[in-house]
Design a protein around this ligand. Structure first.
Ligand code: NAP
Ligand code: 8YV
Length: 323
């Protein structure tokens, strides 16, 4: 019999077709009356698959007393209340590794765009200014010789570091703990890292532990030649402090793929030429999103075949007998 599954958003057709073959899908995102849907099917639901930006909070999980697994689409699982899931015996899975190279490539592209003002230079051409007004201004910034600080030297952070080494950048990092298998200098505080570098790459997860970690003091420490790039989570950067730093010339520029209240972007960022704004496209290629979707589907399939999930998050232990 098909297993009842709650889908929180519109998933890719590629994922939907595979889920349809095995699960009885209930579309929470499409329900006009979500409460009525949850009253009707909540007690039957054994799996949640996420899609889009909707989170899976404690309130939702309390409506699903027979929930066994939340298969999240994305490596960053801050939209899922893993503390509640763990206490309710619900396993949470994410989609690591398959997007690492894509996000690292995007991060390097965003860094170059920011330091060399490539978006503004392109706008100059498209506006006809090259022909009518002449060459685009020389950029104050250059990538050459930059000192890169990585906040979050995990899977993606290491992939960025490998690329940055090929660009000739020096590398240092901050995590909660030093990484055993790397020789890059470790800083035990973020402000210490920011003071030691001129380019800060944020690739740390979201959630309460990192909220506004990049604050006014960190931006001040980065200095007036400093460049901030954020491909981690919008919540990690205090956007009001960032706008204030840019407005007083205390920072050279910023490249942002993620935002505090996305898809709404702080109005103070929208009109600035010293920032590059991307609409959360770090992993957004068809092949990479399909690979992520396959990991999501494979986690669900493994679980309902009685096997251990492929990529459980560390906060939610897999019950004995499955591991
Ligand atoms: P990962 O391998 O788990 O790496 C996360 C790193 O952050 C770890 O090195 C961890 O080290 C560090 N960290 C975690 N909490 C910290 C804290 N409170 N203070 C300091 N360091 C902390 O994850 P990943 O696969 O590289 O992905 C990283 C993040 O990138 C995701 O969580 C997601 O938010 C973001 N992401 C964005 C996009 C996009 O489209 N822009 C795409 C994919 C992922 P310690 O545990 O030692 O602290
Ligand atoms: C996705 C991401 O955009 O994996 C993550 O953590 O931020 C991105 O790959 C997102 O999860 C899908 O909505």
């Amino acid at each position: 019999m098909a297993v009842p599954l709650l889908l929180t958003g519109p998933s890719m057709a590629f994922v939907r077709d595979q889920l349809d073959a095995r699960f009885e899908i209930h579309d929470l995102h499409a329900a006009e009356d979500k409460d009525a849907l949850l009253d009707a099917v909540g007690p039957t639901i054994r799996a949640v698959a996420t899609a889009g930006s909707a989170g899976v909070g404690a309130d939702l999980m309390r409506r699903l007393p027979n929930l066994e697994i939340v298969a999240h689409f994305g490596v960053g699982y801050d939209p899922v209340d893993v503390g509640h899931a763990a206490s309710a015996g619900v396993v949470v899975t994410n989609t690591p590794d398959v997007l690492t190279d894509e996000v690292a490539d995007t991060a390097m592209g965003l860094l170059l765009m920011t330091v060399r003002e490539l978006s503004a230079a392109e706008r100059w051409v498209r506006a006809g200014n090259w022909e009518t007004k002449g060459a685009y201004r020389l950029t104050r910034g250059s990538l050459t010789g930059r000192r890169l600080g990585i906040f979050g030297l995990g899977r993606i952070g290491k992939a960025i570091a490998r690329r940055a080494e090929a660009f000739g950048l020096s590398i240092a990092y901050h995590n909660r703990r030093p990484v055993a298998d790397v020789a890059y200098p470790y800083h035990d505080t973020l402000v210490g890292l920011a003071a030691a570098v001129d380019t800060l790459m944020v690739v740390a997860p979201g959630g309460p532990g990192t909220r506004h970690a990049v604050n006014a003091a960190v931006l001040e420490a980065l200095g007036p030649d400093g460049v901030l790039v954020n491909v981690g989570r919008g919540s990690v950067v205090d956007e009001a402090a960032l706008v204030a730093a840019l407005e007083r010339g205390a920072l050279l520029g910023a490249g942002l793929d993620v935002f505090e209240a996305e898809p709404r972007v702080h109005p103070g960022l929208m009109t600035r030429d010293d920032v590059v704004l991307l609409p959360h496209v770090g992993s957004a290629s068809i092949p990479t999103r399909q690979a992520m979707g396959q990991v999501q589907v494979d986690n669900l399939a493994a679980w309902f075949d009685g096997k251990p999930p492929l990529t459980p998050v560390p906060e939610t232990p897999v019950p004995a007998g499955r591991g």
